[in-house]
Design a protein around this ligand. Structure first.
Ligand code: 13P
Length: 261
């Protein structure tokens, strides 16, 4: 049995300038230190906007805080005439470990389809980054096809482009649960995360499915995180709004302390 260390990821979306980012990281780190929470138990990853990444990197590295960090998007191209884009290599050079790909807000605002998500995932892996591949159904999809058909289809399309040994993270984020205060139930999250793991087994390998972390995202808070992480196939969370409050996010990270047996 592979040990999938829980990953708690904070997606800041388009919030915080670089000065507020530094203040946030310091306050968050102090809060965890005060609580004497062993940061080795859970992997913490922060996803600031591009303009904050260098500041977050230097704060984490100079204070030896041990948090991972990453970007919220990247270009599918390596370099060249792509005004406004940021390459995987640039992110890797800044010490990014992860990059979020295919978030529903990118799919909506920038019309990113599965082919683009797939190309970006390939580009991330080629740059040595671990893609956090986001999938999820809208409320219309949920009504028409049920919960897992759309996310499973989205993931399958991406996985067909990857080598079987590629390191990835998958995030199941039902679009209707994002920013709505209406999280999925732990059982809903478990069912879809299990279906996603089965697709990884089919398209990559059973070993990859065992080793890959599948996260849940959508209205995660300190009051519901433990109920998700109790589920067998939920290996962490991708947190939006609640990751912008240092104390609340520190409570989320400390979920092992409030997992009810
Ligand atoms: P909320 O936690 O604000 O619902 O956002 C989830 C999300 O989109 C994380 O990527």
């Amino acid at each position: 049995m592979v040990d999938r260390r829980p990953l708690i990821a904070g997606n800041w979306k388009m919030n915080f300038d670089h000065l507020r980012a530094i203040a946030f990281v310091q306050k968050f780190a102090w809060t965890l230190k005060d609580a004497k929470f062993p940061t080795t138990e859970v992997e913490v990853a922060l996803f600031p906007p591009f303009t904050d990444i260098r500041s977050v990197q230097t704060t984490i590295e100079s204070d030896g805080l041990g948090f991972a960090f990453g970007a919220q998007d990247l270009s599918p191209f390596e370099s060249g005439a792509h005004t406004g884009d940021i390459s995987g290599e640039m992110l890797a050079k800044l010490g990014c470990r992860y990059v979020i790909i295919g978030h529903s807000e990118r799919r909506q605002d920038h019309h990113e389809d599965d082919a683009i998500v797939s190309a970006k995932t390939v580009a991330a892996i080629a740059s040595g980054l671990i893609p956090v591949i986001c999938v999820g159904e809208t409320s219309d999809d949920l009504e028409k096809f049920g919960a897992s058909a759309v996310p499973v289809g989205q993931l399958r399309e991406v996985l067909t482009a990857l080598k079987p040994d590629a390191e990835i993270v998958v995030a199941y984020e039902p679009v209707w649960a994002i920013g709505s205060g209406q999280a999925a139930t732990p059982k809903q999250a478990q069912d879809v995360c299990a279906a996603l793991r089965a697709v990884i087994a089919e398209e990559m390998s059973p070993e990859a499915a065992e080793a890959t972390r599948v996260l849940y995202g959508g209205s995660v808070k300190s009051s519901n995180i433990a109920s998700f992480l109790r589920e067998k196939d939920v290996d962490g969370a991708l947190v939006g709004g609640a990751s912008l409050d240092a104390e609340e996010f520190a409570k989320i990270v400390q979920f092992p302390r409030h997992v009810i047996a």
